[in-house]
Design a protein around this ligand. Structure first.
Ligand SMILES: NC(=O)c1ccc[n+]([C@@H]2O[C@H](COP(=O)([O-])OP(=O)(O)OC[C@H]3O[C@@H](n4cnc5c(N)ncnc54)[C@H](OP(=O)(O)O)[C@@H]3O)[C@@H](O)[C@H]2O)c1
Length: 319
């Protein structure tokens, strides 16, 4: 049975991965206690003992604004640790699937970013994530065995906070909410992303565990940079409007009456964010054989799940 290690197992993507990967093998939940990515010696020892076939690195320093004042920590977790994971994966013949971000781009393009477009990260978080990509590619060179999967604007049922949860909280407290309307990206449901990662994992496992045959040349595992987000594009304002419309129809308690579009300059943040960071998903869709669901569909399913978890009784006693 294949062994799949998920780092960041308590994060919003990590939690979804534990379920999505379960049909593919033994899934090891690598949370911070098992695998602290600031500690290279522990990473080496733990992975040496586990001998996973696939490592899915969903752990990261994800506080985009705080990273500006914690550059060293962000670089250690997002830059150095992925390189160490790559060294260990390469040495043992395991596949490394590493999550990266749309924020490696500066947002000056006006059409979806391709995998081979030139990255130009504009903040400390973005730079630390790019450091991770460069480190992994430096270790593997032209050898197969790694996937860098860039994604964007993630929200999920699990995890402490995300844009959807923040909007629902504010929407239950306020009448008016101002939301940035001049940053464009692709909202992505963590569960759809986890399903795509399971697709990559399945292909990697099936190609690396095939017996040698004359078909070997056709059985190369997927390798390199790929993009995955839900389909379509939206501004944070569009996203907020859709969240409130869908949440209201599901029955979430909301007081908000008006969503007001504002510009980035009216909502200054410590870290600068790209104005446009839509990722082209064609390469991934071709590999996985399916297009990603539209972002509105992912949102509907996430909100339905969240509503059910939050407001519906799951008590079976007395049924
Ligand atoms: N969120 C987004 O919008 C977004 C967009 C593009 C790309 N991404 C990328 O997608 C991936 C998953 O993101 P996410 O949204 O699931 O993030 P998340 O919910 O913030 O989860 C990150 C996980 O990393 C863990 N972690 C942090 N520091 C660690 C350390 N020193 N050692 C071990 N684990 C550590 C956290 O552990 P604790 O639970 O113990 O804190 C948490 O479980 C990341 O690579 C992120 O950069 C995210």
């Amino acid at each position: 049975m294949s062994r799949i290690l998920v780092t960041g197992a308590n994060g919003q993507v990590g939690r979804e991965l534990l379920q999505a990967l379960a049909p593919l093998g033994e899934v090891i939940a690598g949370d911070r206690t098992l695998l602290d990515l600031t500690c290279p010696a522990q990473i080496r020892q733990t992975i040496g003992e586990m001998q996973p076939d696939v490592i899915v690195n969903a752990a990261a320093y994800t506080a985009v604004d705080q990273a500006e004042s914690h550059v060293e920590l962000a670089n250690a977790i997002n830059g150095t640790a992925p390189r160490i994971l790559a060294e260990l994966a390469k040495a043992s013949g395991a596949t490394l699937i590493h999550l990266s971000t749309d924020y490696v781009f500066d947002g000056t393009k006006q059409t979806p970013y391709l995998e081979n477009d030139l990255p130009h990260p504009i903040g400390a978080y973005a730079q630390s994530k790019r450091l991770g990509e460069v480190g992994i590619q430096g270790v593997f060179g032209i050898a197969p065995g790694y996937i860098i999967l860039r994604t964007a604007w993630i929200y999920g049922v699990y995890g402490q906070t995300n844009f959807v949860k923040t909007m629902l909280r504010l929407g239950a407290e306020r009448q008016e909410i101002k939301v940035v309307a001049d940053q464009i990206g692709s909202p992505t449901w963590a569960r759809d992303l986890a399903t795509a990662i399971a697709g990559f994992t399945e292909q990697s496992l099936s190609t690396t565990t095939q017996p040698a045959s004359s078909l070997d040349t056709f059985l190369m595992p997927p390798t390199g940079i790929y993009h995955f987000t839900n389909a379509g594009a939206a501004s944070w304002y569009d996203f907020a409007v859709a969240i409130f419309a869908q949440a209201r129809s599901l029955g979430f308690p909301l007081t908000v009456q008006r969503v007001i579009p504002i510009s980035t300059t009216e909502y200054p943040t410590l870290a600068q964010r790209p104005a446009y960071s839509v990722l082209s998903g064609h390469k991934t869709a071709a590999l996985l054989g399916s297009d990603p669901p539209p972002w509105q569909q992912g949102l509907q399913q996430m909100l339905t799940n969240l509503y059910s978890n939050t407001y519906e009784s799951h008590c079976s006693v007395g049924r």
